[in-house]
Design a protein around this ligand. Structure first.
Ligand code: SIN
Ligand code: FE
Length: 333
């Protein structure tokens, strides 16, 4: 491991029970063991993102990202809780949920974004650029990207029977920004390129401790619990959540298994950070499915049940009461 260039005073404080995620050299056979068990692992020493590690600095990206507009979120506080616009109430979506977005989504050229970062002062809105890498990126970044260790990536994809690589998201964050706890429906290799991020993960079995918003809510897949100020009356099982954490440094690749919860924070007073995500579809259900089903497979089932109920009831407000009358006293003790 390289010299530690951060200290614990740069981590936000949460009242959580946390254990360290294993850090393993990419040649260690235990890496594959953990991936095959859908358990997180921090992969060190690899060449996966070598051509961008400490190369894709904010200055280099300003020069080479290209002149197209990029998606930037603006937040009045340090939290950037994701929301799905397609689930918001609108004229074209009368079944949507009435909702005031917690952040503002806008488009900016990278130069404008970097200028705002440089000139930022307390009281200003915080900024977070989150842009899928696409055909608008400049030729130097394309070259760097093509020289990622695709042999290694493809071998993991094949060995663990993941589906296709769907996208690479580039994240340029201001120091101290937080992506609150959520899960994704894809396998993720999270590559850290510049600066330091702390990642806190929870297994899919902590579903009941983390209280996800309903599937039809714009905050679908996001925990309702505010880690800064947890409401233990509304969310009594939150105290039972058992997390796994690590701080990723440039060159590290963190495997975030499909349906695993994750909270990600750029360290405070650590300067901007740059990361790139590799999202892969999950594998298809094997012919010889093993029972009982895995926790993450059950989450997929619950999502489908919620979607089906909304489809037949045609009103999000009716889903909860139906589920309650189906379960209370019959499937509860
Ligand atoms: C982040 O890096 O802020 C979030 C990444 C993710 O949720 O996959
Ligand atoms: Fe995520």
């Amino acid at each position: 491991m390289s010299e530690k260039l951060w200290n614990s005073s740069q981590l936000r404080r949460y009242d959580l029970d946390l254990e360290q995620i294993p850090r393993l050299h990419y040649t260690d056979p235990k890496v594959d063991e953990l991936i095959s068990q859908n358990k997180p692992v921090l992969i060190t020493g690899s060449n996966i993102i070598n051509t961008a590690t400490n190369v894709w600095t904010p200055e280099y990206l300003e020069e080479n990202l290209g002149n197209a507009g990029h998606t930037v979120f603006l937040s009045k506080n340090h939290k950037f809780k994701y929301f799905d616009e397609s689930k918001m109430l609108s004229r074209s979506n009368p079944m949507g949920i009435e909702f005031i977005p917690p952040t503002r989504k806008t488009r900016m050229k990278v130069g404008e974004f970097m200028k705002k970062l440089r000139e930022w002062k307390p009281g200003n809105e915080r900024l977070y650029l989150q842009q899928p890498l696409n055909n608008t990126i400049g030729p130097q970044l394309v070259r760097d990207f093509l020289h990622f260790d695709w042999d290694y990536l493809n071998s993991k994809q094949e060995k663990h029977k993941w589906g296709e690589l769907t996208s690479n998201l580039l994240l340029i964050s201001q120091e101290g920004n937080v992506t609150p706890c959520h899960y994704d429906e894809q396998q993720n290799f999270f590559g850290q390129l510049y600066g330091y991020k702390r990642c806190i993960l929870f297994p899919p079995s902590d579903f009941e401790c983390l209280y996800p918003h309903p599937v039809h809510h714009p905050h679908d897949r996001q925990s309702m619990v505010d880690f800064d100020n947890p409401d233990h009356v509304r969310f009594p099982k939150f105290k039972n959540a058992k997390g796994f954490e690590t701080v990723v440094e440039p060159g590290d690749v963190l495997y975030i298994p499909i349906y695993w919860w994750h909270h990600v924070e750029s360290l405070m007073r650590g300067g901007p950070t740059v990361s790139v995500n590799f999202w892969y579809k999950g594998g298809s259900t094997p012919f010889n499915q093993q029972y009982p089903l895995k926790d993450y497979q059950k989450i997929s089932i619950m999502r489908n049940v919620e979607k089906m109920l909304l489809g037949v009831l045609q009103d999000p407000k009716e889903v909860g009461p139906l589920l309650r009358s189906m379960v209370l006293g019959r499937y509860t003790d």
